[in-house]
Design a protein around this ligand. Structure first.
Ligand SMILES: [Zn+2]
Length: 687
């Protein structure tokens, strides 16, 4: 197992949605020396124009033997002093991008002051797009924006221990810069910008950013804590967004301070960068200028990052025993914002999470405890989505006041220490006075998720009301959980929470009026594998399925070529265009063509026809449905060659939709077909 590096904890790819999801990062070479009480005092001079970096690091270390540290290969040590005496550092390459340096400290175990002076020339920004940047994160210096990420060896990396630091930064006039932590001082002097920062909590890495920024600041007074300094470090062209960002950060800090406990730092900054990426660090979020313009950043990603000030950067996740911080943050940020929009938006959010979970092939769905950090799609779904559901079900079980008391206790007891799932469990047990080990064990340790169904149901008159016998079933081995079922009568809907713990169980429910139907978890509050009726088909199903075949319904050579081009843009695994005449109907199918040809083809091979919702409106219509064999079907129907060509760029962005109507490249209508949870309809006559 590759151990997540400190880089992951201290600098995290922001959760910006699929387009910006990062690939894994190269691990830092670390020497697990027995260094304790580590403190760096760094004087950093950076000239973005020339790329020249000059640093003097004064380290207080406790311990004997050799002091080993890693430094990027571009940087050369010029001088080392131990307690004021010059010593020779021995260099050894350990990694494609870094060297290891060793300094003899002597035998006595006492606190020593080591001064390391080093310099080098950093690369300018890569010209390529962010994908390339994601694969080899290196410190770079550039007048448009410098970024020296933590874990890339731009400062001496000593052991794997936490450390505190103070850093003074010296930049040419016109540039501003920062590192995570409290701003102690800043001034413009002698044609230079100088600022000093201190990080007094245990840090795992230091990220440094600089650029031609305009700084906007807002000081927020707090009742029982020091004032809070909110800042934007934005490029001039983003000036119009600064006020909105400051206000949004202020709102998020207030929300979570009230919900969990006071914000644990004295600053939060939003920093713009030249590349289309996003990183979260303690006390700041660093985002590409183009990314900052996306509306969902202020609406959710920013709040998610602010919340990591508590979960992740305030209480550290125990990566060896599972990362709880992403699930808890996703629940209290991303999911919570959908709840704030209203019950229908929250239900839709739960359905989307369960749909993603259902897309994991059975048997490849690892336990939540195995999630350590985001590395690929499945791992992200497990860590974020299953995590969200764990906390949602826990809140449903305990009630919101007790759940919140558990969160507050966890924060109070564990801030600035490493905590595990077991620590969370203990906090919720203390707050609720109940034993939760079965709940946590089951949802953390078991692979897969339950698959629930209504096996049978009947009803009969019972005194003035009616009685229902309903049998719920699930796959072996059974999960234990509370499953809401909803009974509909002419008088309305009534919800019954049923405690399920067997493979097949009958429940008896008394209802006041004659029941019409009983539905299983129609509001999607339980972590479970949806059945296909609950998953109205969307484009994404066909886009990710490696078996999806494409048929060009129009025979003209130009149309076939366009269909192939569209299939390549849309599908993760495009195959050659299949021949409509030989279609056997044994795989998911994408049909592309002119409207009349499409309708003719669907009728000829007995596939569901054009839905009323799309008709022949606009210049092109796209819809999904199921073939009679249960496999998904998507149809792209265009009024002309030009109308079809206009879909190539926009269409791949609409994977979550079931149907769309286009006018040229513009979407004029879209939607998801309704989902039907497992429902038993009672006959008119009771048995
Ligand atoms: Zn996160």
């Amino acid at each position: 197992m590759t151990r997540p590096t400190a880089l992951y904890r201290a600098i995290r790819w922001l959760c910006l949605g699929a387009t910006l999801v990062g690939a894994g990062m190269a691990g830092a070479a670390r020497d697990a020396g027995a260094v304790q009480g580590l403190h760096h005092d760094l004087a950093v001079r950076l000239d973005p124009g020339s790329g020249e970096l000059f640093v003097e690091d004064t380290v207080a270390v406790e311990g004997g033997g050799d002091l080993a540290f890693a430094l990027a290969r571009r940087l050369a040590v010029e001088r080392v002093l131990v307690d004021g005496v010059s010593v020779t550092a021995v260099m050894q390459p350990v990694h494609a991008q870094r060297n290891q340096w060793r300094i003899p400290l002597g035998q006595a175990r006492k606190v020593r002051t080591v001064v390391v002076r080093y310099r080098g020339r950093l690369d300018a920004l890569p010209a390529a797009d962010h994908r390339e940047v994601l694969h080899g994160l290196r410190p770079s210096a550039d007048p448009r924006g410098s970024f020296l990420p933590g874990g890339t060896g731009w400062y001496p990396e000593i052991g794997a221990a936490h450390f505190t630091y103070r850093l003074s930064l010296d930049l040419p006039a016109g540039q501003r810069g920062l590192v995570p932590g409290r701003l102690i001082a800043e001034r413009n002097e002698g044609g230079r910008y100088r600022a000093t920062f201190a990080f007094v909590r245990p840090a795992e890495a230091i990220g440094l950013m600089a650029g031609p920024y305009q700084v906007r600041e807002q000081i927020v007074e707090r009742e029982s804590a020091e004032p809070l300094r909110l800042r934007t470090y934005f490029y001039a062209e983003l000036a119009d967004l600064a006020e909105d960002y400051l206000a949004a950060v202020g709102r998020y800090v207030e929300l979570y301070s009230r919900w969990i406990g006071p914000y644990p730092f004295t600053e939060f900054s939003v920093v713009s960068g030249p590349l289309p990426t996003g990183f979260g660090m303690p006390t700041l979020a660093y985002l590409g200028a183009d990314v900052l313009r996306l509306p969902f950043i202020r609406g959710s990603s920013l709040g998610h990052e602010v919340l990591h000030s508590w979960w992740g950067n305030g209480v550290y996740a125990d990566f060896e025993r599972g990362n709880w911080s992403e699930g808890l943050t996703a629940f209290m940020a991303d999911y919570t914002y959908r709840e704030q929009e209203g019950p229908e938006a929250a239900r839709q959010a739960r359905l989307e999470l369960l749909r993603d979970i259902a897309a994991i092939p059975p048997g490849q769905d690892p336990p939540l405890r195995q999630f350590t950090s985001r590395s690929h799609g499945t791992s992200q779904i497990v860590g974020y989505h299953k995590g969200t559901f764990l906390f949602l079900m826990l809140r449903d079980l305990l009630g919101a006041p007790v759940f919140d008391a558990g969160l507050q206790r966890f924060w109070h007891d564990r801030q600035f220490t490493v905590a595990s799932w077991a620590d969370l469990e203990r906090a919720f047990e203390a707050a609720s006075g109940r034993t939760l080990d079965r709940f946590f064990d089951q949802w953390l340790a078991r692979p897969g998720v339950p698959r629930l169904r209504i096996e049978t149901a009947r009803s009969a008159r019972n005194g003035p009301g009616h009685r229902i016998w309903v049998t719920l079933a699930q796959d072996q081995p059974a999960f234990t959980m509370t499953v809401p079922v909803v009974v509909t009568t002419p008088a309305g809907r009534t919800e019954y929470p049923l405690n399920v713990d067997g493979v097949r169980q009958e429940f008896v429910l008394d209802v006041p009026a004659r029941p019409e139907s009983v539905s299983l978890d129609p509001d999607f509050r339980v972590l479970r594998r949806l059945d296909s009726a609950e998953m109205p088909p969307t484009l994404r199903q066909l886009m990710v399925d490696p078996r999806t075949a494409t048929i060009a319904a129009s025979a003209a050579e130009e149309m076939r070529a366009l269909a192939a081009e569209l299939a390549r843009a849309l599908l993760d695994h495009p195959h050659a265009i299949a021949d409509g005449g030989s279609w056997r109907g044994d795989s998911p199918l994408l049909v592309i063509g002119l409207s009349a040809d499409v309708d003719r083809f669907l009728a000829r091979v007995n596939l569901p026809g054009r839905p009323r919702q799309v008709g022949i409106r606009g210049t092109a219509q796209v819809w999904t449905s199921y073939q009679t064999n249960g496999k998904a079907l998507a149809v792209v129907s265009a009024a002309s060659v030009d109308a079809l060509r206009a879909l190539r760029r926009p269409l791949p962005h609409y994977g979550r939709q079931s149907y769309l109507v286009f006018d040229g490249p513009r979407v004029v209508e879209r939607g998801v077909w309704p989902a039907h949870s497992p429902t038993w309809h009672f006959a008119e006559k009771e048995q």
